[in-house]
Design a binder for this molecule. Structure first.
Ligand code: PEP
Length: 251
């Protein structure tokens, strides 16, 4: 049985005071009865505050991006060592906003995943097709290419903590959610692909989250699908009550 993982991607939102309010509210709502693993991914500037606030909490946290070098002349970038120094356990890599707005390629994402694993950061590796690609009928092809290129040269044992997030680009921040059938179809395809690339054992263990306009109203239906093991939540994670309802939907 895979444990559900609900992660919140704050994107470029929340200064320090908003970080303190949101995390304080979340801590009140997460109890021993919460079954899912809960992760928050605030912006870099809030990570240290998050570390302090979550010191005695079961809520985990991570970053939204990182560079693949340890240090050096890379103005504006953040290294895995820096993320480790503020206690990050996870890092989102390959988010569609990074791929499209910042032109991140599959090979750059692959380097980042390898570096994250080397430094024992758990990647949340995002994949997903655009609306144009879905309409052309190449969703599986696109996801297969992203998975194969993103994981190239990475061994099965290195993947034990990697999470895949299937996030159809047309559903991110648009209010349009994939139907549970559409999402399940791709999740099942990706799990079979992992089986072909690695083993049945890894395919059964790997967590595949769905992301794309997940909200309290649709979370239960999505999370009840056999191959949907959690959610990567954008907009709805910025309000404690809606994020907590999504977390509860995984119970
Ligand atoms: C995301 O950014 O990963 C995401 C899924 O955003 P939203 O929930 O707002 O669609």
């Amino acid at each position: 049985m895979r444990k559900k993982i609900i992660a919140g991607n704050w994107k470029m939102n929340n200064d320090i005071s908003a970080t303190i309010s949101l995390i304080t509210e979340l801590k009140k709502g997460i109890t021993e009865n919460t079954k899912a693993t809960v992760i928050v991914c605030p912006p870099f500037t809030s990570l240290e505050t998050t570390q302090t606030l979550l010191k005695d909490s079961i809520i985990k946290f991570g970053a939204q991006n990182m560079y693949y070098e340890d240090s050096g002349a890379f103005t504006g970038e953040i290294s895995p060592l820096m993320l480790k120094s503020v206690g990050c356990e996870y890092v989102i890599l390959g988010h569609s906003e990074r791929r499209t707005i910042f032109q991140e390629s599959d090979s750059l994402i692959n380097k980042k995943i390898k570096t994250a694993i080397k430094h024992e950061l758990k990647p949340i590796f995002c994949i997903g097709e655009t609306l144009e690609q879905r309409e052309k009928g190449i969703t599986f092809e696109v996801c297969e290419r992203q998975v194969k290129n993103g994981l190239e040269g990475i061994s099965e044992s290195e993947l034990s903590h990697l999470i895949i997030a299937y996030e159809p680009v047309w559903a991110i921040g648009t209010g349009k959610t994939a139907t549970s059938e559409q999402a399940e179809e791709v999740h099942s395809f990706v799990r079979k692909l992992i089986e072909k690339m690695y083993s049945k054992n890894l395919a059964e263990k790997i967590v595949i989250q769905y992301g794309g306009s997940v909200k309290p109203e649709n979370a239960k239906e999505l999370l009840s699908q056999p191959n949907i093991d959690g959610a990567l939540v954008g907009g709805a994670c910025l309000k404690a009550d809606s994020f907590l309802k999504i977390i509860d939907a995984a119970n």
